[in-house]
Write a protein that binds this ligand. Sequence first.
Ligand code: F6P
Length: 524
Amino acid sequence: MSLPKINPTKTEAWKALEAHFQEMKGLQMQDVFSKNPSRADRFKIEWQDFYLDCSKNRITDETLSLLINLAEEVKLKEAINQQFSGEKINETENRAVLHTALRNFENMKLEVAATLQKMKHFSEEIINGSHKGFTGKAVTDVVNIGIGGSHLGSEMVTEALQFYRNNLRTHFIANIDGDDVAEKLKNLNPETTLFIIVSKSFTTQETIANASVVRDWFLKNASEADIEKHFVAVSANVKGAKDFGISEENIFPMQDWVGGRFSLWSSVGLSICCAIGFKNFEALLKGAFEMDNHFKKEDFDKNIPVLLALFSVWYNNFFKAESEAVVAYSQYLQKLVPYLQQAVMESNGKSVDRNGKKINYQTGTIVWGNVGSNSQHAFFQLLHQGTKLIPTDFIGFSEPLHGNSYNHNILMANFFAQTEALWEGTFAKKVENPFKNFEGNKPTNSILIKKLTPKNLGSLIALYEHKLFVQGIIWNIFSYDQWGVELGKTVANDTLNAIEENNPSLVKNSSTEKLLTQFLKKLQ
Ligand code: F6P
């Protein structure tokens, strides 16, 4: 059965939300809040190690119930069940969407369990040094070669879980920028480096080109026969990986039903597994599994991903907020935003609905942000006093990992203070100087988590995966394809051809032609 194809703007709930928005848009919510002492309790959710405070949102009980009506009218519950049961909800690619099956510890598919075992065995040999390189030395460095979903999740998680890491060094080669590849190779020893080529398709230009450059570099010191000790592949295209020279037992499979940007839970996470060990990798998966269950079973009004998605739709489609920020008060989560940017924007950056019709309402939000407290000294001015409404998720942890409570208290005081300052502003105070006036009323969600553990990180990532799915269902778009990146790839191939032929006139556009002429001049 295909996903429901309901235009959200034609629902009763949408019309009611439009009317409700007229009452809400001018409301100073600080006032509403101060008159209701139980509001903070009303709009909070406690779940496992998570405490979500969404009381600092421009919502009332009525907003929430109308948003939930919207979710029901677009048949969200049915869509969730369709996804989890493996129906081919990625219709435009005729695929099921089952990243949740990669972490389903209640009912694990045999092929998933077998891949996990292979990852466990292999990563243990790399970590304990029993896997030897071509000169008999143990591996010291692991390099992930891959881009997009074959890079961002693994890099984000290995960095986020740095505290749990062993002594292997991990590196990521993603960009086709040869300078970056050269910089990365500069400090590597071919005798002690393992390369993991990660590409679901095994046709991605950047990855294949970079892998070839790396192989040539390796072969300057070693022979073809040594490749099997230093190169493994993660791919759904076994033939492609074999043609590249990777032996069959060194290929970690990927399934067709796992989308690139949702694949860190699969063998794409092999570099994570090497960096933090299988036990921690498994805990990451278990955390995601817990969130899956919460998402699948909890009522919408207590369902964290559903609520965050509904608030986001409320701001995006009614307040016309174009973007939302994510600010984690943890340096470890430095790469969370780039990871979310792919997950969210590659999924929901669509302008054709599930009926194939051009959409006349706003879809995918722009996600941006950085870590706190650094961001306070960068873009927070705009959040506080700019003209744009930017709902922001604040993410923080109750416990620091290294026990430095002096710094941690300052860090978290800033987290709490910022959400309060954004919300309260200088409301109810007489501020004569207009430059020092803060309107407040700026919405935030506070996601306070006990501690940054592999399990809690798994839950956090799964939360955002489910949030974007809910948004896609409401907007009546297909979140799991990414046709938008294809045109650029084709044009890049034609452009490369023009460069290699030294013939700028082969491109279509005269601006590009002139740029190429200039570029080729520089080369001569
Ligand atoms: O950017 C397009 C895309 O297909 C992403 O969805 C994907 O994560 C990335 O390219 C890499 O693809 P592959 O794993 O096939 O190399």
